[in-house]
Design a protein around this ligand. Sequence first.
Ligand code: S3P
Length: 181
Amino acid sequence: MREPARRIRNIVLTGFMGVGKSTIGRLLAQKMEFEIIDTDHRIENEQHRTISEIFESEGESAFRALERDFVIRLGNVTKAVISAGGGLVLDSDNVTSLKKHALIVCLWATPESIYNRVKTQKHRPLLNCDNPEAAIRELLAKREPIYRATSDVLISTELRSANEVVSHVERQFRIARRQSG
Ligand code: S3P
């Protein structure tokens, strides 16, 4: 089957919780003079509730429906860096929709680095459990094939500075945008 035509004009940063999508996204958007769109923040603003509150009151599936609805509305966006919640690409409809207008860049980190980054944070319902380190390992192993299969570019953030990651993403985007016409 032929892939649908792509006109790449945005960048989606995907990858597991705590890999640095928000930080890299902000720096990248600044450097490229693109708008930054953080899907979690936008959903929270629209809903006037935190992600944790949505999970708690209506469950994960309600949150996934909000994500899906938000992704559809990104169809007309241009010159944006979209920092996607870590589970957003698990829905293949989201990926199909985003691929029409964006390069999908997955940021990668080891479970150890992820745990070190998130261990003091409390806003992620999926890691609010007795053993977040084990939860990260388990969920990351389950999701790894999906992150790999859905991304155009996979970048390890290990041993790279944030600025190096930003430059790498920017270079890949410029090549992809030129090729997609
Ligand atoms: C989730 C990741 C979170 C947020 C929600 C679920 C996930 O975003 O969307 O808690 O399923 O991986 P971050 O990746 O920005 O932490």
